[in-house]
Design a protein around this ligand. Sequence first.
Ligand SMILES: C[S@@+](CC[C@H](N)C(=O)[O-])C[C@H]1O[C@@H](n2cnc3c(N)ncnc32)[C@H](O)[C@@H]1O
Length: 256
Amino acid sequence: MTPVSNRTVRDDFNDLRAVVHYTKAAHRVGLWESERLLIERFFPDKAAHLIEAGCGAGRVSVALAEDGYQRLHAFDFAEELLAQAQSLALERHVTDRVTLFHADATRLEKCHVIRDTLFDGALFLFNGLMQIPLRRNRRRALRQLAAVCRLGAPLLFTTHDREDSATERVLWRLEAARWAKGKQDPILREFGDRYYEEDGVGRTFMHLPIRSEILADLKATGWKHEFDEMRRRISPEPRKVREFSDECRFWVARRA
Ligand SMILES: C[S@@+](CC[C@H](N)C(=O)[O-])C[C@H]1O[C@@H](n2cnc3c(N)ncnc32)[C@H](O)[C@@H]1O
């Protein structure tokens, strides 16, 4: 069995099931309450140059543009999702505020669209960073985002936390025993990875970290940790958000 790669993840996001799922969310769910609160707090300047990685079908950037943010750049490596984001931006009349482009977060240095821009802030929401297989590649993406941001720029992103609930801790102890015996699913790359299929979403790769792992990754890649908290402690979310997404940890770091 071939281990999950960046290409597997991109193909999964270009799959019709994922495209319909994320497009519906971009049209109907919009910004989560927790996202809105943290964006208001850490990104108060609506004229700032912001970059969104893994924008999918445009759920966050289009909502921000409608909310008055004027200088947004948003990218994704899944062409089909990006086409949906472009269509939503057109439909909502915000194409003058959002520049959408195709790029891989681990290869941003090759991207001409943003070559001359130094951003005032970056976003990588709904766990996109954790959908990059291999820790060295996630670190690469963090480094590349740091390289296009000015000193002090905030980065807002989310991850799961495999130590957050008692049930998860038990399940991960069992998974650790499988890894210790070499009996883990051979498609996985690292301990903490999951690759699963859901009705109406398709296949999903996700790395579930622990808190200390992300703190070390930020430190190693040019970011200074500023804030982290589980979503439920930031804001209650309406049912449509809870149905679209499960619990996660929000992170804010500053370009060091
Ligand atoms: C869970 S989806 C979230 C989409 C959107 N941000 C939202 O909240 O609806 C994660 C997104 O990250 C994108 N992504 C994953 N790895 C990426 C990479 N290396 N470069 C660019 N985009 C990536 C996927 O294509 C997908 O659109």
